[in-house]
Design a protein around this ligand. Structure first.
Ligand code: ADP
Length: 397
């Protein structure tokens, strides 16, 4: 090399060491003859060491086949190539690089050198991957929303269609002057039927509203001191008509007052949901409702002897829209247990199911007894919740 070409090479090397990219040069035989400083800094290989195929060894094994294939193709065609791959750094961590190679040929058209650069594109690549994941998640959320919307419209339509039919039938009876169809007894039955459909619509709409509150973090709890046993009895008694229609005899076991600070309205909602499920999936068999305390916790359980839930579905059914039955056999949105779990979680409690397919299910709600022992429990609550016996125990926290 002449003095001036030495100087030019020196300048090129300085430039090569200034830019952030890795640069390498290889000869016609494919042996690397030069790496800039960035290569040694990144890989941790001792400075100046030109190990044969060091670059290949730093490549991620998963990316190696594609890079080799592209390199061989480019070599055969005396062409340049561009390829993304991961390179192992001195800390043994891989980062994404964009590799580019150009070939230099002599006058006879033979390849004399190859110049390569590798540009760190790790951040862009990870962002790209995250964007792709988000896109997939979004698509899945849209798919679930569409399925939900079609089920929800079907569910809302069922009671509406039934109400509409009833209205048309009555209209016809009026037009035909059949006044005996509107006797007091018949009117009572008509109203009961309408009320049932309106209840169903209200429950569906309430569930949907709760779901949107949960999604936006607006489902807030308003704890108040009350007697869980009394609530359990009141709600179960209020459910008597539904239980009768479903031909499910009910046994209740909530004799002892259980005072605690919880959101009564929301816990009522949980119990109504469990009772409603027990009647729908309970195959007209007996239902057992219990409330009791154990240690620092209060418990409510609803046991049925109906269709039961296979083991593999038992945790899934507490997720949004998840069901273990087919929509054609049993109507429902798969929201009740999800909302129940959100409510119980907000109370720092737990909701569990113990079930065997074909033998029935027991849903158990566990709530922390988060009140001090009350020397003077509120008179109003006690007057209608304390059993008559004198040894009735006011629960201890
Ligand atoms: P829905 O009953 O409207 O589908 P839920 O969230 O209340 O929604 O229940 C989710 C699923 O859990 C139901 O679809 C059903 O498969 C199952 N399930 C809930 N309760 C019972 C029960 N008592 N017996 C059998 N299966 C039940």
């Amino acid at each position: 090399m002449t003095h001036s070409s030495n100087e030019a090479w020196d300048q090129i090397r300085r430039i090569a060491n200034t830019i952030p990219q890795i640069i390498w040069i290889s000869n016609a035989a494919g042996e690397t003859t030069y790496f800039n400083d960035q290569w040694y800094t990144y890989t941790g290989i001792p400075h100046g060491e030109l190990r044969r195929e060091a670059w290949m060894r730093a490549l991620h094994p998963d990316d190696l086949p594609a890079v080799i294939q592209e390199r061989d193709r480019a070599n055969a065609a005396s062409d340049s190539f561009e390829c993304a791959y991961r390179l192992r750094g001195h800390d043994d961590q891989y980062r994404w690089f964009l590799g580019r190679t150009t070939t230099v040929k002599n006058n006879a058209g033979r390849v004399t050198h190859r110049f390569g650069t590798a540009t760190d594109i790790n951040v862009q690549k990870l962002l790209e991957e995250r964007l792709q994941e988000n896109e997939q998640r979004l698509q899945e959320a849209l798919r679930v929303r569409d399925v939900f919307l079609s089920i929800a419209s079907h569910e809302l339509k069922t009671p509406l269609t039934s109400l509409k039919l009833q209205i048309q039938m009555r209209q016809q009876l009026i037009d035909d002057g059949v006044s005996e169809a509107f006797s007091l007894k018949n009117l009572r039955e008509i109203l009961e039927g309408d009320d049932h459909q309106v209840d169903r619509l209200t429950r569906l709409i309430d569930d949907m509203l709760d779901i949107s509150k949960i999604s936006t973090g607006k489902l807030t709890m308003q704890p108040d001191l009350f007697d869980l046993s009394e609530m359990t009895r009141q709600i179960t008694n209020g459910f008597a008509e539904n239980l009768r229609l479903a031909r499910c005899p009910v046994q209740m076991d909530a004799p002892t007052p259980i005072f605690g600070k919880w959101d009564r309205f929301r816990l009522e909602q949980v119990l109504v949901n469990l009772l409603s499920n027990a009647t729908r999936y309970g195959m007209s068999k007996p239902i057992h409702v219990k409330a009791w305390t154990e240690g620092d916790h209060a418990y409510i359980s609803v046991q049925d002897h109906g269709i039961g839930i296979a083991h593999e579905h038992q945790s899934r059914i507490f997720e949004r829209y998840e069901r273990a039955v087919s929509g054609s056999d049993y109507s429902g949105l798969g929201l009740g247990l999800f909302i129940a779990r959100e409510i119980i979680d907000s109370h720092r409690g737990k909701i569990k199911v113990d079930s065997q397919l074909g033998s029935g299910s027991t849903f158990i709600v566990e709530l922390p007894l988060n009140i001090e022992r009350h020397a003077n429990p509120p008179i109003t609550s006690l007057t209608h919740s304390l059993p008559l016996s004198s040894d009735a125990e006011f629960n201890s926290a």
